[in-house]
Design a protein around this ligand. Structure first.
Ligand SMILES: [Zn+2]
Length: 75
């Protein structure tokens, strides 16, 4: 696998699905090898959740867009 390089994860970025990238957030635990956890906020309903950095561009809100559940909190 190519070395992880994050192109889409950037603070302030808004995806096509209307999800705003807040910041990298290590209080979530990434479930993807080599991805960092990020906090996203849905601009439609305001829900905040964690997502793998590499998944940000395809993420949909788990509350109002039927997306996958956010990442678990790190322990
Ligand atoms: Zn939402």
């Amino acid at each position: 696998m190519a070395k992880y390089k994050n192109k889409c994860a950037k603070s302030g970025f808004i995806t096509l699905n209307n999800q705003s990238v807040i910041n990298e957030d290590s209080s979530y635990s990434s479930n993807h090898e080599s991805a960092k956890p990020w906090r996203l906020r849905c601009l439609t309903c305001g829900h905040e959740y964690g997502a793998n950095g590499c998944d940000i561009h395809i993420r949909k809100c788990p509350e109002c867009q039927g997306g996958a559940k956010g990442l678990d909190k790190a322990t």
